[in-house]
Design a protein around this ligand. Structure first.
Ligand code: 8YV
Length: 318
């Protein structure tokens, strides 16, 4: 059985594929593989491990109907046309659960970094801007005891909520399509309407999937309903906030700050105005990028690939 891998996965995953007598070919270039190159690479393969933002759309799926399984190196599957895959009988697997804590940590990191302007001040030192002790430098704001609003309280949102409630005694409110009774019981999270989430959150963190419903959900009109000292965090998908509107909201001080691990497009251009703002922190989509989590993701990917190549139901089927 032959599998193509469109990027890097943890070495433990490569070893396990070899142990299962699966022959692997891997995309090794620094740039992202193009759609045409991906079709070409999958021509004589039985499975694909899709790393990063490759579009697994109807065109790709129809050009590669012969694939038995596509294992995603992600929990998110917005890049996949699931209906078409189902029609063509190509199994799609993802990596749920194992990356929740690492991704929540990234949101937590961004929250603190933004609240104390850490990335901006780091750049200031690099640029020779630390001249003297200054008791009122670019002042931050504290998050201790404030209200954390979670948009999309699933596994990752719950991890963040637990960390923030335990470490910072934050009050947790959330908005979902349906109520998460487990979270309400476990951490006393309070369900609120979307409007209330906007009005009450000191920190608003996005943890929902990118869907037709959530695309461009955060526009200037929406930011305008938030507190002027609110911090917006997005570690989910860049498409959920409108970037032009976010820039305007920050420039006009409609909200206080923003922390992004995801942008639209990715990679973000180095001339993006967000990168020079004081209360903004941007990371290059590293939400789940820890050694432990990447190893755990690789193991689930191998389980999905092995089952899919045998024609069995995937253990982590989308
Ligand atoms: C992945 C992610 O690392 O799981 C997701 O949905 O965004 C990240 O964990 C990324 O998609 C690269 O494969």
């Amino acid at each position: 059985m032959k599998v193509f891998i469109s990027g890097n996965i943890a070495p433990i995953g490569l070893k396990q594929l070899e142990d299962n007598n699966i022959s692997i070919t891997q995309w090794k270039e620094e740039r992202q593989i193009t759609a045409e190159e991906l079709v070409q690479a999958c021509k004589d393969k039985d499975g694909l491990i899709s790393v990063g933002p490759n579009r697994i759309d109807a065109a790709f799926l129809n050009a590669c109907k012969h694939l038995k399984v596509i294992a995603l190196h992600s929990v998110g599957f917005d890049q996949v046309d699931i209906t078409e895959a189902k029609k063509l009988n190509i199994a799609i697997g993802n990596t749920p659960g194992v990356l929740s804590s690492a991704t929540a940590d990234t949101a937590f990191l961004l929250m603190l970094a933004v609240s104390r302007k850490a990335f901006y001040l780091h750049k200031k030192i690099i640029n020779g801007g630390w001249k003297n002790y200054e008791p009122t430098p670019e002042l931050g704001i504290e998050i201790n005891g404030k209200t954390l609003g979670i948009f999309g309280l699933g596994k990752i949102g719950l991890e963040l909520a637990k960390k923030c409630a335990a470490a910072y005694q934050m009050k947790i409110i959330y908005h979902n399509r349906s109520r998460n009774q487990e979270a309400e019981k476990e951490i006393g999270a309070e369900y609120v309407s979307f409007e209330e989430l906007l009005a009450q959150s000191d920190v608003l963190s996005v943890h929902t999937a990118l869907t037709a419903e959530t695309k461009d959900k955060f526009t200037l009109e929406v930011f305008d309903k938030m507190k002027p000292n609110a911090i917006f965090i997005n570690t989910a998908r860049g498409g959920i906030h409108n970037e032009k509107d976010l820039i305007k909201a920050l420039e006009d001080k409609v909200i206080w700050g923003a922390g992004l691990d995801v942008t639209n497009p990715e990679p973000m251009d180095k001339s993006n105005p967000l990168l020079s703002m004081e209360s903004v922190a941007v990371l290059p989509h590293i939400g789940s990028a820890t050694e432990e989590t990447r190893d755990a993701m690789a193991k689930l990917i191998v389980e999905n690939i092995v089952a899919g190549l045998k024609g069995e139901k995937l253990p982590y089927q989308v």
